[in-house]
Design a protein around this ligand. Structure first.
Ligand SMILES: [Zn+2]
Length: 294
């Protein structure tokens, strides 16, 4: 027993010595990296290569950032049968997807794009071009409500007029799926506390909830140019789990100028950062449209 113990303590001592040497050498090589530029006295091979790699990496991301600056306003893409321009309206959702708060014009943002591209199996060049952006759009779309079976009347509750943008909205127009309405109330209680909204504030009130297929047809007849991105034939509003929520501007107008106002309101920004906690997911194209996916 004693000999075994002795052996073990020798082995431990040797291990400790090895660990110390390794960590010291690691520390000194970190030290070299920062000193490499000013002195050639210390073995330079590895740190200089690392510095060169970092330099070419940051040059590549600076170039990617320059392209992103252009694409952010000018990328031409198609959605719902309509030509779209740029992705600046989606800055916030993009940042949320990339898990970065960096401005879309920076090298750090390009680096975050590259990391996301790598995770998504795309070539990781840091440029949010058409391929990359369309992949992101399909990622967002796949997070939405999957089951669009129209709700049974028994699943509905009538929302309080106080929760509606138009408190005079008729009772049959204030139907919401039960669990969705419960989650909505929890969510706006949290939002009111964070955003210090007053009782008269219109922000985050429900513009529209359940819509029957017949009513949806009528809306489509009234706005024939809304396109499939706007008033869908198979609308998630049939489920009673989709809510149009007031986030500023003209409540439900997809004009770029209107959405540019909406995506910058504290209410919308709060939803992007917090709605998921309450089970709500966005429809990227309409800042006001949120779906309860639990
Ligand atoms: Zn909607």
């Amino acid at each position: 027993m004693k000999t075994t113990k002795g052996h073990i303590s020798i082995i431990l001592a040797v291990l400790a010595a090895v660990v110390t040497v390794v960590s010291l050498s690691a520390r000194s090589s970190h030290g070299q990296a920062s000193r490499a530029k000013t002195t050639s006295r210390i073995k330079p091979a590895v740190p200089e290569r690392a510095a060169a790699t970092n330099a070419s990496k940051s040059a590549a991301f600076a170039a990617a950032a320059a392209q992103n600056v252009q694409l952010r306003n000018q990328l031409s893409w198609n959605f719902g049968g309509k030509q779209q321009r740029g992705w600046y309206l989606h800055d916030l959702l993009i940042g949320d997807t990339l898990d970065t708060k960096d401005d879309a014009t920076t090298s750090d943002f390009a680096e975050a794009v590259a990391k996301w591209q790598k995770r998504s199996g795309l070539s990781a060049d840091g440029v949010l071009d058409q391929d990359a952006f369309m992949r992101m759009v399909s990622q967002w779309q796949s997070n939405r409500l999957k089951d669009r079976t129209p709700a049974d009347p028994g699943q509905f509750v009538t929302g309080s007029p106080a929760h509606f943008y138009d408190p005079g909205r008729a009772e049959e127009m204030r139907q919401v799926e039960r669990n969705t309405y419960e989650a909505y109330q929890k969510m706006i209680a949290a939002a009111h506390a964070d955003l210090k909204l007053g009782p008269r504030d219109k922000y985050l009130k429900i513009i529209s909830s359940y819509r029957s297929p017949a009513y949806q047809d009528e809306l489509r007849r009234k706005s024939p140019n809304s396109g499939s991105a706007g008033l869908a034939v198979n609308s998630p509003h049939f489920t009673g789990r989709a809510l149009d929520i007031y986030v500023g501007g003209d409540p439900v107008d997809t004009k770029d100028s209107n959405r540019a106002i909406q995506v910058n309101t504290p209410a919308y920004r709060w939803l992007v950062r917090n709605a998921d906690r309450f089970g709500f997911r966005p429809y990227f194209y309409e800042p006001w449209h949120w779906e309860y996916v639990k």
